[in-house]
Design a protein around this ligand. Structure first.
Ligand code: 13P
Ligand code: SF4
Length: 320
């Protein structure tokens, strides 16, 4: 504990000294989210992280999250130094969607608009026409569908099929998944609901369809926090990364939150409701990044960044 208190104090001084701001995702450890709040930084979903970093006046952004979030920050603000506690912190959706294979898939369907989830590499974003996050994916696909566009969707198959069911848009999908959300189990969730019949079920749409069908509210991280506040239930069963409990509990202090089950019959799961890459972010690695940027700085090839900026800006303009 003593060590952590020291890191916090040191980070606070370094943020001022280096004209840096800490931007954290809801899935990072509570101590990191608390530090971002205490130091004038921000805790948010991936869309809001991108907007906050772009609009903040600090010269240096320290992005506590996963690599695609750091890359997005760099693409939006190439003149800023963008640091990450751990450059190795990636995402199974990004890893499972290599640009060459994805590009070949797109080439087979030249008549379709390419819409990719923000959880992708800069190169995949550059290949796409649109980037979306889970906060705004439905609206953007609805908009494209209303213009009669047919869509290639990548990489998350569960989010893609959720949007397809909601919008009835013509979509073909890349078959990626999130190792956290893909693990939620409908049968075990049904059992849990039977034990807590008064609980509302909140589900991130990266979860399998069978889990989404049991939800009282489906949405991105920020939308789930809003739903937690709005729904009258005092008990909530939450099918997303448990890192979200920190802000959700702040938003509704009088409610009880339970993690949705990740495995039926005691089987092992790949992630047990906490993203292993988000968990790589720690106070020590934030401190290290601020002391010495080498090995922590995000760099995106300027040509790739130029292409990715077009599809990212489409989303941000749409969201504005
Ligand atoms: P949000 O866009 O809802 O923040 O989700 C990002 C993510 O990685 C979900 O697993
Ligand atoms: Fe990627 Fe899933 Fe981790 Fe989000 S929770 S960063 S989608 S692996």
């Amino acid at each position: 504990v003593q060590e952590q208190i020291d890191y916090k104090a040191k980070i606070k001084n370094l943020l001022i000294e280096k004209d840096a701001v800490l931007v954290a995702h809801y899935y990072t450890d509570p101590e990191i989210q608390a530090l971002a709040e205490e130091t004038g930084g921000y805790v948010a979903d991936s869309l809001e992280m991108a907007r906050f970093g772009r609009d903040h006046k600090a010269k240096t952004l320290i992005i506590a999250g996963v690599r695609f979030m750091g890359e997005t920050a760099k693409i939006l603000t190439p003149h800023k130094t963008v640091l990450m506690p751990e450059l190795e912190a990636t995402c199974s959706l990004d890893v499972g969607c290599p640009v060459d294979e994805f590009s070949a898939f797109c080439d087979q369907h030249p008549d379709r608009v390419v819409v990719v989830y923000a959880n992708t590499s800069a190169a995949v974003k550059a290949r796409a026409d649109w980037v979306v996050t889970s906060s705004i994916a439905l609206e953007i696909v609805e908009h494209l569908d209303s213009e009669g566009k047919k869509i290639i969707w990548g990489p998350d198959r569960h989010l893609g099929s959720y949007i397809e069911r909601k919008t009835k848009a013509d979509m073909i999908m890349w078959q990626g998944d999130c190792i956290v959300h893909d693990e939620f189990k409908a049968s075990a969730l049904r059992d849990m609901k039977a034990v807590h019949p008064d609980a509302a079920v909140l589900v991130h749409p990266e979860s399998p369809e069978s889990v989404v069908q049991l939800a009282d509210a489906v949405g991105s991280t920020s939308q789930l926090i809003k739903a937690a506040q709005t729904l009258p239930n005092k008990k909530l069963i939450v099918a997303t990364d448990t890192g979200i409990f920190y802000k959700m509990q702040q938003a509704c202090p009088d409610k009880e939150m339970m993690a949705a089950p990740t495995a039926g019959n005691g089987a092992t799961c790949r992630s047990c409701a906490h993203c292993p890459w988000m968990a790589m972010n720690g106070l020590k690695s934030i401190y290290n990044a601020l002391v010495d940027a080498s090995g922590h700085e995000i760099d995106v090839d300027p040509n790739v960044a130029k292409g990715a900026l077009v599809s990212l800006d489409r989303m941000l303009d749409f969201a504005a």
